[in-house]
Design a protein around this ligand. Structure first.
Ligand code: AMP
Ligand code: ZN
Ligand code: FE
Ligand code: FE
Length: 282
């Protein structure tokens, strides 16, 4: 068993279509793959249609959240019922708000004398995809302003940049409650990825656990060995499931499929916390 629970497709800021993602996962020996596009379940059907014996799909989404003290948090929602309208409406509101937010970021970049338009950015977006800063990064690469997505983030688009604008997002506590009400399970993604910006306090962790958090993504390339140790202690102390995943984005990031995986026993524990069996197999 090789289990990778956190990946992105062209339905958000990944560069592989869901069908390509499933093919590459099979080739990489992955047996259970989670599709977790940002604030979207748009890729589920194509992924389901591409399944073959040997690989199962964990349907999911990576929900953009913001704490009341303004810290960005990503909550992976897995195995939820996609007919739950409260959860679907929240995802839709976030996706829509990302457009106005992008206009604001672009205005700030224009003020600095760099010529880039909303149309340049939308030209980088696949049909139906969640708009994000990586698409702006791609447009800046195309214009020759920067050489790569990574350079765009390091120089211009990181969370502490003067160009940064946030978008509507639920609190992580609200997202966890919505996922639970939809019968799914929630895992906090890369909770200690400090190079992205401020990370949550132990107090906030406690609040997420009180809200029903099911698991912690421990094994992730953005965590140092020491950070992993802290997370393992936290998970063990609170009976939370520990996961590992690649956070694969195709060519959009260096992360390779299956570079971190989830232990099968931990996966069983996580899956059993959903209110129905929703892993998809053909
Ligand atoms: P947004 O959702 O618009 O706030 O953009 C955040 C997304 O940008 C995250 O999901 C990351 O996957 C992506 N991202 C952050 N830093 C980098 C980077 N250095 N290179 C490529 N993608 C990045
Ligand atoms: Zn992303
Ligand atoms: Fe994330
Ligand atoms: Fe991710």
């Amino acid at each position: 068993m090789k289990i990778d629970l956190h990946t992105h497709s062209t339905y958000s800021d990944g560069t592989d279509k869901p069908s390509e993602l499933i093919n590459k996962a099979l080739a990489a020996g992955i047996t259970i793959i989670g599709l977790t596009d940002h604030d979207s379940i748009g890729g589920w059907q194509e992924a389901i249609d591409s399944l073959r014996p040997g690989i199962s799909l964990v349907p999911g989404a990576e929900i953009s959240c913001q704490t009341t003290d303004g810290i960005s948090v990503h909550i992976l929602g897995l195995l939820f019922d996609s007919s739950n309208s409260e959860l679907m409406n929240t995802l839709e509101k976030t996706r829509e708000n990302r457009h106005g937010r992008m206009e604001k970021i672009i205005a700030r970049i224009n003020e600095a004398g760099i010529d880039i338009t909303m149309n340049d950015v939308l030209a980088q977006l696949s049909d139906g995809a969640t708009l994000g800063r990586p698409h702006l990064a791609d447009a800046l690469v195309k214009k020759g302003v920067v050489a790569s997505r990574d350079e765009a983030f390091t120089q211009m688009l990181h969370n502490n940049s003067k160009y940064y604008v946030s978008h509507y997002s639920p609190t992580p506590e609200a997202a966890i409650a919505l996922i639970k009400a939809a019968g799914g399970v929630s895992v906090i993604a890369h909770p200690m990825a400090s190079h992205r910006g401020r990370t949550i306090s132990l107090e906030t962790f406690g609040s997420l656990i009180d809200s029903g958090l099911d698991g912690i993504e421990v094994d992730h390339r953005d965590h140092s060995p020491d950070e992993k140790k802290q997370l393992i202690a936290l998970a063990s102390g609170s009976n939370l499931v520990m996961t590992g995943a690649s956070d694969y984005h195709g060519n959009g990031k260096l992360n390779s499929l299956g570079e971190y995986t989830t232990n099968p026993d931990e996966w069983d524990r996580l899956e059993s916390r959903a209110n129905a069996r929703r892993v998809i197999t053909v």
